[in-house]
Design a protein around this ligand. Structure first.
Ligand code: V47
Length: 374
């Protein structure tokens, strides 16, 4: 009796053999993985890596997003969230409003505030430092994952200080780690079209390098499903992998599906479930030195994020509470999931849920309090 081939696309057999032998995949492998229609094959290999790294565990956290302002001078074509400074619909919170927003929903014993906003032309580095200090005073146990590489580069430039100094001041004020946003796609040709006024790919990587050198861990992302091609995606992932080789500072990678509604690129179609799962699988396989791959449920829907737990992802993100960036761009998902709902989603995918803090240390709960297991 002939042995049944596991793969529809025989090229995946060689990729599996290399992955099993602990060999690193390269640019061409990335292209094969992106181009193959054999999603189940790619997912199978990615799932093996995921189980080797994390067993049957899927991580989640209890967090709250806070967007202090949507005023943004950048006007990126990819974005529906940022508003011009004079736009009557734009908002900017006062420090008190940020602190008050942080306190709403605190009863679920939030362990992380995820704080990002637009590039505001007048809010100063001092203002952000005060915001962080105020949050630390009021919520000392909560991890502050705040400001993207793009926001820090902009604040440093406006302050007239080196990025390193801006990061150090933010760290001294209470910044614990940084989210992965703003990376988009590093390729210049793509960047010129989707986010012309943002720092370029090398600058994004340079801010991440400085942060990691100062001991500030961060996440990293890639925005897919707009005008980029497979080469651009593989190049992006390999540049993240190269920096990780140097610093070890990336904790998790999050592939972000482009949402076109209300953006200048709204003629583009939204991504498909197929593409969403493929991006999870390829990321798991190419980013062999980044510990966690996150299937962000707000962006890919809870349904696909759940399936992604068998295609390479080991994290589903958190309770979120109030999401603006994706909902401004037409996301139809809910704004929040309760802790219990995350547990059910994970369990129904046959995985074992583990609540984590931002740095993936398990969190133990008794009623409404929590302790991080170190
Ligand atoms: O920086 C903006 C992207 C990012 C759109 O680090 C868009 O744990 C799709 O970075 N369609 C914000 N994407 C989200 C983000 C994130 C989310 C969850 C967890 C973490 C983490 C980070 O979303 C932006 C930009 O790259 N974005 N507009 C859009 N229309």
């Amino acid at each position: 009796m002939s042995k049944r081939p596991i793969f529809e696309d025989q090229r995946l057999q060689a990729i599996l053999a290399r992955v099993e032998a602990g060999e690193r995949l390269g640019f061409e492998d990335g292209l094969v993985l992106y181009r193959t229609p054999d999603l189940l094959g790619a997912g199978y290999i990615a799932n093996r890596v995921r189980e080797r790294l994390h067993g049957n565990v899927t991580y989640f956290n209890v967090n709250r997003h806070i967007n202090p302002t949507d005023v943004c001078v950048a006007s990126c074509r990819l974005c529906a969230f940022g508003k011009r400074p004079k736009d009557p619909k734009a908002y900017t919170m006062s420090l008190e409003q940020v602190w008050e927003t942080a306190g709403r929903g605190y009863s679920e014993a939030i362990t992380e505030f995820h704080i990002v906003g637009g590039l505001h032309p007048t809010l100063t580095l001092d203002w952000y430092c005060q915001m962080l200090r105020g949050l630390k005073q009021r919520f000392p146990a909560v991890h502050l994952k705040a400001l993207t590489m793009v926001e820090v580069a902009y604040l440093a430039k406006r302050t007239g200080c080196p990025v390193r100094e801006a990061l150090q001041r933010l760290k001294d004020a209470g910044l614990d780690s940084m989210p992965g946003g703003g990376a988009e796609i590093f390729n210049d040709r793509v960047r010129r079209i989707i986010c012309d006024h943002k720092i370029d790919g090398n600058q994004w990587l340079e801010v991440a390098r400085e942060a990691h050198r100062l001991g500030i861990k961060s996440n990293c992302t890639m925005l897919y499903g707009h005008i980029e091609n497979e080469e651009d995606r593989v190049d992006h992932l390999l540049r993240l992998r190269a920096l990780q080789e140097e610093t070890g500072g990336f904790v998790a990678f999050i592939p972000l599906a482009f949402h076109p509604e209300n953006t200048p690129l709204q003629h583009l179609p939204p991504t498909t479930g197929f593409a969403d799962l493929k991006n999870i699988a390829v990321a798991r396989l190419l980013l062999d030195n980044i510990p966690h791959i996150k299937a962000y449920w707000v962006m890919m829907t809870p349904r696909i994020a759940q399936i992604a737990q068998r295609f390479g992802a080991d994290d589903i993100d958190g309770t979120v509470v109030e999401e603006k960036i994706y909902h401004d761009a037409g996301a139809t998902t809910r704004q929040a999931l309760r802790r219990e709902e995350l547990l059910t989603l994970i369990r129904k995918a046959g995985r074992e849920p583990v609540e984590r803090d931002t740095l993936y240390r398990p969190v133990q709960r008794t009623e409404s309090t929590f302790t991080v297991v170190v």
